[in-house]
Design a protein around this ligand. Structure first.
Ligand code: HXC
Length: 535
């Protein structure tokens, strides 16, 4: 063999060996990165009933769709001996993938490495996927399981949180931001979830608080467990911080996928529509005729109406345990994604109180931001009276409902079922707040207040002077009910567009929604920087 050819063959073989070694090195590094904080800690994570950061992503995303970014990032901290503890990925797995074939960006904190705590590089990884999500117009989904700011990295950790918070605000209303709390979420770390659109929590293994039980005991002397202070149930029932709770990691991740099926990827897109076989769906439903009791003092369950009127099994409720006197959630109508808001007569007569007002307003604003039409079912005796409500600020909170409905430009359909009294009537997407179509059932009673209250005020003197005060009062109530407690006074003034047969509600709603899909805003608002929503 010519010596020149011999050298060429040798160098090619050498190159192949070198390149193979490099690929092996890459594989080893990926393997190390995937181990996070190590097998022992993965074991400990499983013992707590929690999945690891990567296992969670596997459930959330379509099979083989996950593309990891920044797997080899390590922290740059040199203090407190932490420089000796470096793990590829720095305690958070980030990247993109698909859910139902739609692009999403994700970050999943890895509790097995320094408790998933957030340092400078960990934060930079999260910020990178947030920036990409916003640029591409795709949802960002965070899976949180973290001890909070990495104490050893001090102010760099705090700056990292600040960078995330800023991005949360910039992305608000542009892309859906969903966070799942799957472990601890303490300190200022809670404010990124709080700035996002929906917080999901796993019951029993997640908690959120700005200071834990120990700090509270030191500062105020109060004693409480972590679960009572900031567990999933607490935030679902009492604080209203969380939108949805599930019994384990798997169910929580499945619920997030379901939520996404109702949402567009960004504010410039329409929500995905599915095909419904209308022939198989009940369009005229005789059961609806008798759901509302003839006795006005008797109550009924709003779910019975929602389940019969919306596409079958599509109602996906948010904030179910918080302010249950109103119901909000996503659903489909003839396959179209809609936001449903309803009073719930079996809880506090479906009145609007401080918490219910917050719940409705936030939900309406989300739907409006993401082109999701609003369907409102009204049976409201009004805003809840009482010293506590007044002192808690029912004026300020109640105003949010009016603000949210008024500024919403998506198609707005309202159905008045029974009571629509006073401020509650106006606030629940009345014609004056620019509902596009207002339907009423013949059972609707639209007035300034209920017949009993009205008669007590208008005829107070006459009742007192009457020979038989009770009889006189009852007669006046009957008279008032016949005259005002019906939909026809409102219909005669155009505040109601159509009084409909309750059995035909579904088909009326489908046709109304069809007709409203081309809605454009024809009344430009004055040029403003932004409105000043009552907060
Ligand atoms: C550094 C942390 C950490 C943190 C946990 N670790 N939190 N390291 N910074 N914030 C480490 C632990 O030292 C431990 O390290 C490992 O993570 C696992 O933690 P454990 O305590 O063993 O786990 P567990 O018993 O499950 O308890 C988890 C925990 C607890 C409840 C989260 O670790 C805890 O209370 N951490 C502090 C929570 C907190 O107060 N965070 C707020 C920080 S201030 P080893 O070496 O043993 O494996 C904040 C402000 C942000 O976040 C402000 C933003 C504006």
């Amino acid at each position: 063999m010519n010596w020149k050819i011999f050298i060429l063959v040798l160098s090619i073989t050498d190159n192949v060996v070198n390149n193979m070694e490099r690929v092996e090195e890459l594989k080893q590094k990926m393997h190390d990165a995937k181990l996070g904080g190590g097998l022992k800690r993965i074991e400990r994570q499983h013992q707590k009933g929690k999945l690891t950061a990567r296992e969670r992503l596997q459930i959330l995303l379509d099979p083989d769709s996950f593309v990891e970014l920044d797997a080899f990032v390590v922290h740059q901290c040199t203090d407190f001996g932490i420089e000796k503890r470096k793990v590829l990925g720095d305690g958070v797995v980030t990247g993109y993938g698909t859910i139902d074939s739609r692009l999403v960006y994700v970050y999943s904190q890895d509790f097995t490495f320094i408790g998933g705590s957030l340092g400078e590089m960990h934060a930079k990884k999260i910020c990178k996927v947030m920036d990409l999500a916003l640029k591409m117009g795709a949802p960002i989904i965070g899976l949180n399981d973290s001890g909070g700011a990495r104490i050893q990295e001090g102010v760099s950790s705090l700056n990292g949180y600040g960078e995330i918070f800023y991005r949360n605000v910039m992305a608000s209303g542009a892309i859906p931001q969903i966070v799942i709390i799957m472990g601890p979420c303490a300190g200022g770390a809670v404010y990124s979830p709080a700035l996002m659109d929906f917080i999901f929590m796993v019951n029993g293994t997640s908690n959120m608080f700005i200071t834990g039980p120990n700090v509270i005991k030191t500062v105020t002397g109060e004693e409480i467990t972590s679960e009572q202070l900031g567990g999933a149930l607490t935030h679902a029932q009492i604080s209203g911080v969380t939108s949805y709770i599930a019994e384990n990691d798997e169910k929580c991740l499945e619920a997030v996928k379901k939520l996404l099926s109702y949402l567009p990827s960004n504010n410039l897109e329409e929500p995905p529509r599915i095909t419904v076989n209308l022939n198989a769906e009940v369009l005229s439903d005789s059961e609806l005729l008798n759901i509302i009791p003839t006795n006005p003092r008797k109550t009924y369950n709003m779910y019975n109406i929602l389940n019969r009127v919306l596409d079958s099994n599509t109602f996906f409720e948010m904030y179910k345990l918080y302010a249950p006197n109103v119901v909000v959630g996503f659903a489909r109508l003839n396959g179209r994604s809609i936001g449903v808001i309803a009073n719930q007569p079996i809880v506090s007569a479906g009145c609007l109180d401080v918490n219910a007002s917050d719940k409705i307003a936030r939900f309406v604003r989300f739907c409006d931001a993401f082109n999701i039409p609003l369907l409102t079912f009204v049976d409201v005796p009004g805003y809840l009276p009482g010293i506590r409500q007044e002192h808690w600020g029912i004026i300020r909170h109640g105003a949010k409902v009016i603000y949210a409905y008024s500024e919403a430009t998506v198609p707005k359909i309202t159905v008045v079922l029974r009571k629509a009294y006073g401020g509650g009537y106006i606030a629940m997407c009345s014609k004056s707040l620019r509902a596009d179509i207002v339907f009423a059932w013949p059972t609707a009673q639209i007035s300034v207040m209920g017949p009993e209250g009205a008669v007590n005020i208008i005829f107070r003197k006459k009742i007192a002077e009457a020979e038989k005060p009770e009889e006189y009062r009852e007669n006046r109530i009957k008279e008032f009910r016949e005259k005002f407690a019906n939909p026809y006074v409102s219909a005669s003034k155009g505040f109601i567009d159509q009084v409909i047969d309750p059995r035909e509600t579904r088909s009326h709603l489908i046709r109304a929604l069809d007709a409203l899909m081309s809605k454009r805003s024809i009344q430009p608002r004055p040029r403003i920087k932004h409105g000043n929503v009552p907060m």
